[in-house]
Design a protein around this ligand. Structure first.
Ligand SMILES: *Cc1c(COP(=O)(O)O)cnc(C)c1O
Length: 423
């Protein structure tokens, strides 16, 4: 080979030059020490706009204006942020709010749906779902006698769902189907229209967890006829650590559902302080209490680059990034014992690429010490999160090149196999 180490091929540099979203990288703080950040699917990079918004909120609104700030935009922020997210999930106004965490929102919506449909005792999810979602659903199922949760098994390849088993589990006794639109480990992208058609044919409702989808793949909740949805704002929406999540309730269901966590922010007139206050009309009834204002304002500001890019361009770049990563992994990593843990069909793939290696944990550690920031999911999966607004094609090339050198030279073998607390 005539190229030296780390010399990015001209064809890859050309992909970056031709990338219409390349300039938006400057809207984000660069990761420290020149690291190549491949974890935007877990915690998105810091948008400068979010930092500035939080600075203003801390120094002026909190520092000087104090309580008056509630009347100058803080109080409406959960609704306002929801309306800003709505177009990214294909929702008409009046159906999305930002509040609480994804886990809490899932609990509120799943419990409300189960309670509204007592004649249907079954909740259905699949083994590809994020374990926390399954824990939440176990709690909802356990809260009423006779109610149960069915977890459809994944395909034996560990990459795809067991679609036949999943569809068979969704029947006339099913109140609600809860799935991650993009699964956290393999990055499988469910066929939402097919699932919606099947669920509708037996009268089951669908709740999509959009955590690994929003800001990365097009989502059309209204068009799909989706009943309910939840999702994170700190992954591809870059809202920051612990930023509050969003929830969607289809308009025609809102007034028929009651939140199992009733609080004053979900009342018609919170400041009437009445003991018999009615739930707020519309989706606002799923608010509970005082929101984390600083994080909420960060979410709103963080949406600017995502909205500027537009989800179609984001998706196009995401597909191109994952295609490049897979092609390079096939060529350089497969011979070193890696297997692809992500669907090859781009139409069934989100924005991260999973690479499986029997020594995945140690390889992941060596990658970190080589300036790469992927993450690891048990037992053998290294995830490369390719966040379209902040990951370049050259980043992908360098990540594969460096990883191949590590493994070819056996550098990962110097590490221990004991796991860290956070992987
Ligand atoms: C990241 C993620 C969550 C996180 O939930 P939190 O309540 O914010 O901890 C939930 N569900 C899915 C599918 C996720 O990917």
């Amino acid at each position: 080979m005539s190229r030296g180490p780390e010399e990015v091929p001209a064809g890859v540099l050309e992909l970056d030059r031709a990338d219409p979203l390349a300039d938006l990288r400057s809207a984000f703080a660069a990761p420290g020490d020149g690291r190549i950040y491949l974890d935007g699917n877990s915690l998105g990079c810091l948008p400068h706009a979010a930092r500035e918004r939080v600075r203003l909120a801390v120094e002026r609104e909190w520092g000087e204006d104090l309580i008056a700030s509630w009347g100058r935009g803080w109080y409406e922020a959960p609704i306002r942020a929801g309306e800003a997210i709505a177009p990214l999930v294909g929702a008409a106004p009046g159906q999305v709010v930002v509040a609480d965490s994804t886990s809490v929102n899932l609990y509120k919506l799943a419990a409300a749906a189960a309670a509204a449909r007592p004649e249907r005792p079954k909740l259905v999810t699949d083994a590809m779902n994020f374990p926390s979602d399954v824990y939440v659903l176990q709690g909802v199922a356990g809260a009423a006698p006779g109610r149960r949760l069915v977890v459809a098994p994944a395909h034996e390849d560990g990459v795809h769902p067991g679609l036949d088993a999943l569809l068979a589990a969704i029947d006339e006794r099913t109140a609600l189907v809860v799935l991650s639109l993009v699964t956290f480990k393999s990055g499988y992208l469910h066929d939402a229209e097919r699932l919606a058609a099947h669920a509708r044919s037996v009268g089951a409702w669908v709740l999509w967890d959009l955590s690994h989808a929003v800001g990365a793949v097009p989502v059309a909740l209204d068009r799909w006829g989706t009943e309910l949805a939840v999702g994170c704002t700190y992954k591809y929406l870059n809202g920051g650590p612990g930023a509050p999540a969003f929830l969607y309730v289809r308009r025609d269901l809102q007034d028929a559902l009651r939140s199992p966590l009733e609080g004053w922010f979900g009342r018609r007139e919170p400041f009437a302080f009445a003991l018999d206050a009615e739930p707020a009309p519309g989706v606002a009834r799923f608010l509970v209490g005082t929101p984390p204002v600083l994080s909420l304002l960060a979410v709103e500001a963080a949406l600017a680059p995502v909205r500027e890019a537009g989800i179609e361009r984001i998706r196009a770049k995401s597909v191109a990034l994952t295609e490049l990563a897979i092609a390079l992994a096939d060529e350089h990593l497969a011979p070193l014992g890696f297997a692809l843990g992500t669907p090859r069909d781009a139409a069934r793939r989100g924005s991260h690429v999973s690479l499986r290696h029997p020594d995945g944990w140690r390889v992941n550690r060596a990658m970190h010490d080589a300036g790469l920031v992927p993450d690891f999911r048990e037992p053998d999966t290294i995830r490369l999160g390719l966040s379209p607004l902040t990951t370049s094609f050259a980043d992908v090339w360098r990540a594969v090149d460096r990883t191949a050198r590590i493994v070819a030279q056996g550098r990962h073998l110097a590490y221990g196999v004991e796991r860290a607390t956070v992987t």
